[in-house]
Design a protein. Sequence first.
Length: 341
Amino acid sequence: MITKLSLKNFKAFEEENFELGLLNVLSGLNSSGKSSVIQSIRLLNEKKPLLDLGPLSQYIRSDMKGFNLKCEQKLKEGNETIIFSYDRDGTIKKDKKINGIVSYISADRLGPKNSLPLSIDEAITTVGSKGENIVDFLSKYENEWIGLPVPQALTASEGLGIKDNLTEWLGFISPGIKIMYSHDNNTDIGRTEFNGHRPVHVGFGLSYALPIIASVLIHASQLIAKKTESVLLLLENPEAHLHPSGQTKMGEMLARAASCGMQIIVETHSDHLLNGIRIAVKEKKISSTKVNCFFFKSGGWDGINEEPVTVENIEIDEHGMVDYWPDGFFDETEKSLQRLI
């Protein structure tokens, strides 16, 4: 588990420190630095430039010499520091990776596809950044993870296994839905179906939510079964393409997963997802002390340079209430209603 994240001269950040809990919500306007936080953790873990994001020189803030990233990781035997830094002269400093399973699921997920490529890598441990490995991931569950116990906090169908609970959680998004998946190793093609229909015939929501729900259920089960020491799930916009009720349920599921010991860092624009987390806190599904919420405020441009991002901590109390609502923090519904009255 990462307990503290420090960024210096990284993209729009001048210097910022984040005290992290089990469930961490990143919110704010577009281009305010939320994705940059997730990118910094990926750099600390992957130790190399991130795919499609350009050379490391483009991560440096303004005209600074370089950037520095650091995180504090809590292990059974104590804490350790992980670093990654880069200077314009090409000097890279890096050391060990983040412990346990680290899974990143992008906002740019594949969506409904009639077929999915199967990976030639037999050591699949995550669904992939776009959800591209979902069939491999679920097939591996059938072969290797079938005996994993579903944590009580995530049990939607009492006494049933991962596959049934996967169906139940998808049913909260679209009632009565059932998923099937298959793969052909001769052609390296995988397929998913919802109630016997191709994914393209049932919309985007289920295909976008499937890799997230599968990851939560299986990784939390691995953690409870002590198949891994830790799990870090990095999520971008898990609410994408979901009805408001599905967004709320997604927030509740993430809160329940965090209560099992899984660490989650989620970027979101959804007040419904936030409310799902708040409801979970009120209903004692997770302690408010395990939930951190960060509101990002972009500094804008001064005509020459980009002003640094500032970050505010927003506290959720034991009743799920938020006592401080800064301008721009999930307040658009109220603003719009005021204009309509």
